[in-house]
Design a protein around this ligand. Structure first.
Ligand code: GDP
Ligand code: MG
Length: 168
């Protein structure tokens, strides 16, 4: 089994932390500057049964000009080539313009499972989690699955990996 997972989310939500946790030292096996046509390969997670290649989507932000607009469009095109999309949000921050910009583009994606990863749950009181999740269900695509995670603590990360591998 093998596949591509595209990770997307506004800056500082914890994308790199999550990838480092998953891929760890294995990131050093390959040049971490390796490029596909449009996207940087961030790491490869390998087990006996599966290989998952993680790509990031650079330049995913509100474009400031037409060049920026072009770059954002090519960044988003990666989403259509992925086997799964992980949309990462910060549970300790309110849903904001950066999240909404990405969510609106995700609405255009069809046929690719999109997972909502609610990261930094370690900063949250347990009873507040439901409310945070709800804010990402209004005016959004229907998430294939929702994973509350902590990239720093590792909470729910093995379960997330199992799910993505099962679906490859
Ligand atoms: P990126 O810009 O999305 O790649 O975000 P980073 O991975 O660089 O993380 C931004 C900041 O959030 C760093 O200071 C991380 O240590 C912190 N961070 C990431 N994940 C977690 C988490 O699960 N819990 C907490 N408390 N902090 C986190
Ligand atoms: Mg990063």
């Amino acid at each position: 089994k093998s596949g591509f997972v595209a990770i997307i989310g506004r800056p500082n939500v914890g994308k790199s932390t999550l990838l480092n946790r998953i891929v760890g030292e294995k990131i050093a096996i390959m040049s971490n500057k390796a490029q596909t046509t449009r996207n940087k390969i961030q790491g490869i997670y390998t087990t006996d049964e599966a290989q998952v290649v993680f790509i990031d989507t650079p330049g995913v932000h509100k474009p400031q000009n037409s060049l920026g607009d072009y770059m954002v469009k090519s960044a988003f095109s990666a989403l259509h080539e992925a086997d799964a999309i992980w949309f990462v949000v910060d549970a300790s921050k309110k849903r904001g313009a950066g999240d909404n910009f990405i969510i609106n583009r995700l609405k255009e994606v069809t046929n690719t499972p999109i997972f909502l990863l609610v990261n930094k749950v370690d900063l949250l009181k347990k009873e507040d989690l439901f409310e945070v999740i709800q804010t990402y269900q209004e005016d959004a695509p229907e998430w294939t699955e929702i994973f509350p995670i902590s990239a720093t603590e590792g909470d729910n990360v093995p379960e997330l990996l199992d799910t993505v591998i099962q679906d490859l």
